[in-house]
Design a protein around this ligand. Structure first.
Ligand code: FCB
Length: 518
């Protein structure tokens, strides 16, 4: 079937969904073995219901529940413990994924803090984790948590769902990262001041974190890897680095620790690239045939005014900093330490290169850029622009009004953005999965159209010759949206925090019509 007709059909199918009619399923129009599913992280979904479902050993538990940060408005004050309770509700949710959505895959997260309650650094492990090391690690690991995750992953497999498992989705164990102490260490420092020395529990600022992360990855691969089809080392490293370390509440998004330090941000990107490489190698050593990728957030960067050369240059620079910096490191082995956009001596880093068998692309919206004509910081000379992704909405209550059509979160809707970023990711020569795409829409009046139009754009990318192998919608059930808490509603299902009962939104049927039968 010619591509144009196909896309037209898909769009019609989408419109029919909106109108409540019954479109044909798209199952036979996708590459063989195409994966359809939903994505979630551990921390955002596990807590809720019984208090024991919550993980108090996580840095994000400390960050989200801190009275000072709540008072300052850095985090919403919503209680993580009022979440959807996936820790106990996973059976029903996996049934829903398979039976109601027609999924054949699911992207789940595993929480490092649940597996290892304390450091493994004292164990004197070999550089390559062998069976003796694994037994030593067994004694430190929380075996209840290991058994729990094993049951969940095997349960997904038993239901015919292929499993993509994310090892790091923004959270770190408190013994790796104490976000409140890190904030105190940065207090009173200017954005270009050097990173404070001697930080304990410094998270990704600490060079030891990459090694500890690799040990965790090796352990999970050895003990749980039988039930995993695809591995994602890190989720959105650039979001962790930028929102964690160039964090301006009310202006940028906030992730832990939420400080403002350009040198810290650029250092953290490098540490994340080292962590990715170490975890990639660790998983491959345990499971030579494993498929290990990383998940990156790609925005479609656009000049605010396309006729203004400064905005055009700014958009290209934003693309380099936010979309390409990490991919250049993890795939091509080039890390732009001085943030100037050129490959200078010493910036070729073979140890970082080739550390992704596939790329996961998270895409939600385009972003606009105003060029400033001068860098904001000497630490990242390429940063000479003002980026904006979020307009007035849950993501930025005081943000400027939406210039076009936006979601409840304040993100602009334009499905062609997905096609563009898939083309960009394809330049790195790896198979692609859309690992997140979705919309904050409690009323579900925009989601059916959003879903079908973004899926149609993904199909256009495939027709353009891009190797896209799956689509994971964010998310199955509403969950804890980081600093924004429960204000945002990204779920195909809503839930009641008192009973944990799930309620399907109309988009469940829209998703099934698109994905079902695969
Ligand atoms: C992505 C995150 C995910 C969720 C969605 C809405 O940036 O990976 O955890 O917060 O945004």
């Amino acid at each position: 079937m010619p591509a144009r007709r196909l896309v037209a059909l898909l769009i019609l199918a989408g419109l029919a969904v909106v109108a409540g009619a019954a479109p044909a399923t798209a199952a036979d129009r996708w590459p063989r073995g195409f994966l359809w599913g939903t994505a979630a992280s551990g921390f955002q979904t596990e807590a809720g219901g019984r208090p024991s479902n919550a993980d108090r050993r996580s840095d994000w538990w400390a960050f989200a529940n801190d009275p000072g940060l709540i008072g300052e408005g850095v985090v919403s004050g919503d209680r993580v413990a009022r979440g959807p309770g996936f820790w106990s509700q996973w059976r029903g949710d996996l049934d829903r994924a398979r039976d109601r959505l027609g999924s054949n895959a699911i992207r789940l997260g595993i929480e490092w803090s649940r597996i290892f309650p304390r450091s493994t650094a004292t164990l004197d492990l070999g550089e390559r984790i062998d069976s003796g090391d694994l037994r030593r690690l067994d004694r430190v690991a929380d075996q209840r948590a290991v058994r729990h995750y094993r049951t969940v992953l095997a349960g997904a497999r038993r239901r015919g769902l292929k499993v993509m498992l994310t090892l790091n989705h923004f959270t770190l164990p408190l013994w790796v990262h104490d976000p409140l102490a890190v904030r105190r260490a940065f207090a009173g420092r200017a954005p270009d001041d050097p990173v404070p020395e001697g930080l304990r529990r410094g998270g990704w600022l600490d060079p030891g974190t990459a090694d500890e992360f690799a040990t965790f990855a090796a352990y999970v691969a050895a003990r749980l890897g039988r039930h995993v089809d695809l591995w994602a080392t890190l989720n959105e490293p650039l979001v962790q680095a930028s929102q964690g370390y160039v964090s301006i509440p009310g202006v940028t998004g906030v992730k832990a620790p939420g400080v403002l330090s350009y040198p810290a941000a650029i250092h953290v990107v490098e540490q994340l690239a080292l962590g990715n490489a170490a975890a990639y190698d660790a998983i491959h050593r345990q499971r030579p045939g494993a498929r290990v990728g990383l998940v990156t957030n790609l925005l479609d960067w656009r000049p605010d005014d396309p006729s203004r050369p400064l905005d055009v240059a700014g958009a290209a620079h934003a693309d380099q900093v936010f979309n390409r910096l990490f991919l250049d490191a993890a795939v091509r082995g080039v890390y732009d330490t001085n943030g100037n956009g050129a490959t200078d001596p010493g910036e070729r880093r073979p140890a970082l290169r080739g550390k992704a068998d596939f790329l996961g692309v998270n895409h939600y919206s385009p972003a606009r850029v105003q060029g400033l004509g001068a860098p904001l910081t000497a630490s990242i000379p390429l940063f000479d622009f003002s980026p904006r992704q979020v307009f007035a909405g849950h993501g930025s209550p005081m943000g400027p009004p939406c210039p076009t059509t936006c979601t409840d979160f304040g993100w602009e809707i334009d499905p062609q953005g997905l096609r563009h970023v898939l083309a960009e990711a394809a330049e790195y020569g790896r198979p692609l999965y859309v690992t997140e795409n979705g919309i904050d829409d409690e009323e579900d009046d925009q989601r059916p159209g959003f879903l079908s139009s973004y899926v149609a754009a993904m199909h256009q990318a495939i027709d353009d010759g891009i190797d896209v192998r799956g689509y994971f919608h964010w998310s199955l059930v509403d969950n804890f949206e980081w600093a924004e808490g429960f204000r945002a509603h990204f779920g195909l299902y809503a839930f009641d925090p008192a009973t944990l009962r799930r309620t399907a939104r109309p988009s469940v049927r829209a998703f099934r019509r698109i994905a079902g039968g695969s």
